[in-house]
Design a protein around this ligand. Structure first.
Ligand code: NAP
Ligand code: HSE
Length: 432
């Protein structure tokens, strides 16, 4: 066994950083056997060294100055698990300038500045790995880059945010309040430092842009992802969905047909019989459809200390193996396809629409005529009394139609005198 140590500068000792230290220490022998080298956490960057922590770290390893890690010539690898964008970009670029390899869990950064970071890494013959940035403990990025390298991926669909899945599961199964469950998810370490990026869909959108860039081998930016979060989802929507046989989930979909791409994140009513409907709590699941392989499914914990740390430390193991073999910086393939996005007319789907209408004759036929004028037909319809029976709620699920038609129908219904209010609308997945 080689006595050489690979020294790691760990930036961040929160939920994920703590898990990284636990795994590096707890699995030390296995890691050394696999890599042939010993891994040593040489310095740890934190904001507040006096903070009470669930693990003990020698106080002389802790620093609040990032340059104590970045400019330490003995440090070979920077593991960035502190989060943030602008300063963190500066630190990672400086790490690469100094010839250090980088492992990060930071999807915020990789979704926005991934191409700059990867370009710099290629220039410097350094590794940059970011498996933990998407779907926590599920090794989905490695699967896309290596496992499916021989195939052409046509669709990726799934639940890629643990916090919102935890919230929707508890709201749906226990009738819990949105605010209470969000606090629980924060206490469990699932949510981002600013949880509005979880509940607003941005965290999932960042992950979908990373998945689509790797899966479709085309540079799909965050602005290319249409994004809607769960803040507007009500318990009534969840209950009406249930009555019609659906479960509410925040679903990311990336599709590529005839070289045209569409990527979106939105609350979606998933047919109860679809496997995604039974992915509960903090779990994530990603379906990958390949032209040759057909349908594959990846399931596992999407957030949390040890699941996320497994992805980070596995990346670290790859870096260390590459150091041993002297092949760092050789494994990257930059996106090489031209990205062409679909128009709303080319995006197809089924939709749930919930309306408040006057409870009088002729209203239902006016509503269905508006749909028919756009060539959209209905798969399911339900009517419920509303406001003590003076009005009615109309809940409908359409057959497949274009997003353009649905948006135009919604506008027309909102402006009409036979609909009082368009309460909600959601994409529908699964079923025939
Ligand atoms: P966290 O619990 O908030 O921990 C952040 C750590 O970074 C803390 O130790 C903090 O120091 C340190 N830190 C933050 N800003 C700093 C600064 N400017 N200078 C020095 N130290 C700083 O965060 P986390 O949940 O572990 O997440 C870390 C990263 O992993 C994020 O990019 C997140 O998106 C990603 N991620 C998280 C999960 C998850 O389940 N939590 C899953 C996948 C990916 P103090 O301890 O002194 O405050
Ligand atoms: N906040 C993220 C989530 C962490 O809930 O999925 C994992 O990326």
């Amino acid at each position: 066994m080689n006595d050489k140590k690979v020294k790691v500068g760990l930036m961040g000792l929160g939920t994920v950083g703590t898990g990284v230290i636990r795994l590096v220490e707890g699995h030390r022998d296995d890691l050394t056997q696999q890599t042939g080298l010993q891994i040593e956490i040489a310095k740890v960057l934190v904001q507040n060294p006096g903070k009470e922590r669930s693990i003990s770290v020698q106080s002389d390893l802790m620093t609040t100055d990032p340059y104590n890690l970045l400019h330490d010539p003995e440090i070979d690898v920077i593991v960035e698990v502190m989060g943030g964008i602008d300063n963190t970009l500066e630190y990672i670029l400086e790490a690469l300038n100094q010839g250090k390899h980088v492992v990060t869990a930071n999807k915020d950064l990789m979704a926005i500045h991934g191409s700059t970071i990867l370009k710099k890494a290629a220039e410097k013959n350094c590794d940059v790995f970011y498996e933990a940035s998407v779907a926590g403990g599920i090794p989905i990025l490695r699967a896309l880059v290596e496992g499916f390298s021989s195939d052409r991926i046509t669709k990726m669909m799934g639940i890629v945010n643990g916090t919102t899945n935890y919230i929707l599961t508890k709201m749906s199964q226990e009738g819990a309040s949105y605010e209470d469950v969000l606090k629980e998810a924060q206490a469990l370490g699932y949510a981002e430092a600013d949880p509005t990026s979880d509940v607003g869909g941005l965290d999932a959108a960042r992950k979908m842009s990373i998945l689509s860039t790797l899966g479709f081998r085309a540079g799909v930016n965050l602005e290319d992802v249409s994004c809607k979060g769960i803040t507007g989802v009500t318990s009534e929507d969840i209950d009406y969905g249930k009555k019609l046989g659906y479960v509410m989930k925040l679903i990311g979909i990336a599709q590529q047909n005839d070289e045209l791409i569409d990527v979106s994140v939105e609350p979606t009513l998933v047919k109860q019989s679809h496997p995604l409907a039974s992915v509960n709590g903090v779990f994530n699941e990603v379906y990958v459809y390949g032209e040759a392989v057909g349908e594959t499914m990846f399931y596992g914990p999407g957030a949390g200390e040890l699941p996320t740390a497994t992805a980070v430390v596995s990346d670290l193991v790859t870096v260390v193996k590459n150091i041993k073999l002297g092949v760092n910086g050789r494994g990257m393939v930059a996106p090489y396809k031209v990205k062409k996005l679909k128009t709303d007319e080319e995006i197809l789907g089924k939709y749930f629409i919930r309306l408040i209408v006057d409870d009088k004759s002729g209203v239902l036929s006016q509503v269905t005529k508006t749909l028919a004028d756009h060539d959209v037909s209905l798969e399911q319809v339900m009517q419920q009394p509303y406001n003590n029976g003076s009005k009615a709620e109309l809940i409908m699920v359409t057959h497949t139609s274009s997003k353009k038609s649905i948006l135009s129908i919604l506008k027309q219904l909102e402006e009409s005198d036979y609909v009082n209010e368009v309460k909600s609308f959601y994409r529908v997945e699964g079923g025939e």
